[in-house]
Design a protein around this ligand. Sequence first.
Ligand code: MEV
Length: 435
Amino acid sequence: MTIVSGFSKLNRAQRIKYLVEHSKLNEDDGIGFGEFDAAGLEDQQVLSDMTENYLGNFPVPMGVVTNLVLNGVIISVPFVTEESSVVAAASKAAKFWASRGGFRAVVLSTIKKGQVHFTWNGKPETISALFPAIREKLILSVTDLTAKMRKRGGGITEIHLLNKTLELTDYYQIDVSFETAEAMGANFINSCLETFASVLRNIPELNSGEQKVEIILSILSNYTPDCRVKCHVECPVEDLAGWNKNLTGKAFAVKFKQAADIANLDASRAVTHNKGIFNGIDAVLVATGNDWRAASSSAHAYASREGRYKSLTWIDSSDQIFRYELELPLAIGTVGGITHIHPGVKRAMAMMNDPDARQLMMIAAASGLASNFSAVASLITTGIQEGHMRMHLTNILSQLNASQAEREYAVSHFQRNAISYAAVGDLIAQIRKEP
Ligand code: MEV
């Protein structure tokens, strides 16, 4: 295979032809790229403009978690996820908590940060002394860029010079805090930082004779510990009896607390526990066109803020009251990016009555807590596989190309029997041998 040039200039059919000629993809696969084209021409144009080297759409199902009571209001939350059991699990927890006070959430702060990383080979005292004047120049340089954001209550809230020369020769940061209102703000932040970089390069007092600013890089930080949301559920311990018929509320609470404590003290368990939180959060972030990679990176760094990876949840389960809490950084938005152009995102937002960014932070956090609560509650009672495999049964049947009649028979059979790949395979083989 030779290196290809100008691929992005090819049209869609030419790109697919190239792949058919240079890979295991066959002609039918190639034609298949059109299978999921949006019905409306305008929607299809939006999707094909969203990426370089566009080939086709790749559908992932959107489900809905109903009955999520958040701060006293019932919301239907769109979840986009490939994992079959995630919507069922979160829905079960949402319904369970709906009659127990629901989820309570609060946004703690909404500040995001970014840095210009640069070297300067002068004396640290000199740049420190010059910095108040430099700060004024920096702020002035982005007056136009920040005008719209300032109108919406956002903008730059702080600018500091950080001396890092003890860690790396001549290394400094301009550390900037931003309020980005309804936007996640990545483009706004990066544009401001790149403007700051060019200002720094051109300040005569820093760039004369041997002295010189060398910009290394300018970028937002996806670590957003000052953009945080907190969410909790709470009920009398005896009310927990409703989750599993074989456990009293007290027994459930004791076991749940043990599980939560283990996630707090053991990194191996904490990662999986936190992944269960992100089953819900990511599903909402994908549905609303938000950057779930940024949210995950930030939350996992936050989980390690004390020097050891821990769970993002906190539990207090005394004799009387069970309280389970989630606190995490979550930098998301409801404008910018693809939020107002992707047809699926528009529907997702409308389904939640068009929340603003702060409301969306709380909805995502509640969805994460619901997903995690359901997972842990299953783990300490029936085990996860029962529910998981029940939801996965349809995938296994699809993989085996089961007919409608075979599906119906299998679903009814596995209401009474344990589900595994092997068991489903055996059953379908048996039906096909003796229909
Ligand atoms: C699976 O997607 C998520 C769980 O592993 C989470 C957990 O273990 O808490 C069930």
